[in-house]
Design a binder for this molecule. Sequence first.
Ligand code: F6R
Length: 609
Amino acid sequence: MCGIVAYIGHRVAKPILLEGLKRLEYRGYDSAGIAVLEGNKLNLCKAVGRVSMLEEKLENKEGFDGSLGLCHTRWATHGGVTDFNAHPHRDDRHGIALVHNGIIENYAALKTYLQEKGHRFASETDTEVLAMLISELYEGDLEAAVQAALREVTGAYAIAVICEKEPGTLVVARKGSPLLVGIGNDEHVVASDAAAIVAHTTQAFMLDDYNVVKISKDGFRTSDIHNTPLTPKITQLEIDLQEIELGGYSHFMLKEIYEQPKALRACVSGRMDLREGRVVLGGLTNFAKELTKARRVILTAQGTALHAAMIGRYMLEDLVKIPSTTEYASEFRYRNPVIEENTVVVAVSQSGETADTLAALHEAKERGALALGVINVVGSTIARETDAGVYLRVGPEIGVASTKAFTGQVAALALVTFFMARKRLMSADQCREFMQEMEAIPGKIERILELDSKIKSITEKYVERENWLFLGRGYNYPTALEGALKLKEISYIHAEGMPAAEMKHGPIALINEGMPAVFIANRGRQYEKVMSNIQEVRSRGGHVIAVATEGDNEIRKYVQDVMYIPDVCEPLSPLLAVVPLQLMAYHAAVLRGHDVDKPRNLAKSVTVE
Ligand code: F6R
């Protein structure tokens, strides 16, 4: 989604801003823009398309050599993808430029009011309304005008504002959309994502809701929208630059698929006490009592995170014997859900910023649930608003198609399951067995990755087909959903995932000669049943690609192609079964000539409901 970078300091702002924008490209966007104050003159440049188009437009343009500026990548919400609608938006009365992430919900009423005051609008956006409102309220103090304007708006925002009349001042503010201030030597870099800051400094603070920060080259002042001074909590950003660079891989998605063994080792490291046969989750220790007497778990998320949550639900019911459900956060939030006493709600999210998941979390808390988070981004909004939680520790995920975060979510949910199960019915020995299985997972994923070229050649056989099915049962029904989602997201092939048994209740009508049907057919309780479903597809001309357990040679008789995974206990089998599906999706997209890391229409972190 939208990205913000702003700079104030002693260096020329433009290259720092553009480099920062490039680091945010992975989040998805459709246009980009920049504003720089050179002397007392504000200069803007905007372009539809990639940041590289903006760079081209800026070549040989004068007036962009100042040391104060801001820039933006826009993912359209209000108004089409045009130069006019791209940010920054400017007001000519005072020479104010503003970039904004989020949505100003009462923009229509404010726009009418401002039009009556004589303001003319160049765009269809809600953001321009905020720029004009700040201008309307400007009386020689940008910080005060921003505070006054923000007292009038409803909605979500992260903003950065500059003004020709105050060439040494950058004002930024936040409500509901992340924004960080990086503190360097006589310079500050502000961004909506740490990835745009870490090349310059690792000292930073995250704005809280309703915070306004007035920044100059060598200092800053933090307050709320009523001008009450605040002291921000400065922390050390724990992102290594290498983690957000390609490091020899052709795409971030591929890099992150290959990073999974390392990421999962980090996820479980220090959390499994094999000697005692128990899981140690510092974040949950203070809530052990509540978790012991919990009577229901509701896991809520969107997209890939929801698929991980579904696997978590199967684990909780299977191993903790606690009634559990999964909910699309967007549906849960608005359907007046019943939350009984002793309910635990688990929000699962890579970014920790997904607006739907955040809204569901608010709803659950209001209705008295204990709110847990299974989150990747440390200090993100959801992580901060939950009562307790478990971080994934898989490192930054840049690829828009989620891969290592999915396996990290499943692994973290497995740890939560073992933690809760030990408090109820699981013996130390049983727990130890599961933990030993978990310890072996990274090595087993490494073995699957060695088969990458084989998986690629299988993908080549089917890549021209426009309709695919992904089928699985039990723990691997959500894996089938995830396989289908990965394929459609980046290769734009239509794919449906479903429980293998459901197919014969309707979708079987779709099967025609040569239609690829990917079955997750690893050894487990439902193996025989999956094999029957495979026959049903074969007898109608479908081509079956099976994910099967090493050593299962028999399956070759019934399917066209096999991708083998090592043997593994059922609850953890999705951690292996998903890997060939991730690789298939990746290869299909590359073979079709798509930009895997910048899939059309998609955003990395969806911060609007
Ligand atoms: C798919 C994907 C999305 C996200 C979803 C939730 O590859 O990445 O479906 O899983 O938008 O995002 P988070 O996990 O950040 O809440």
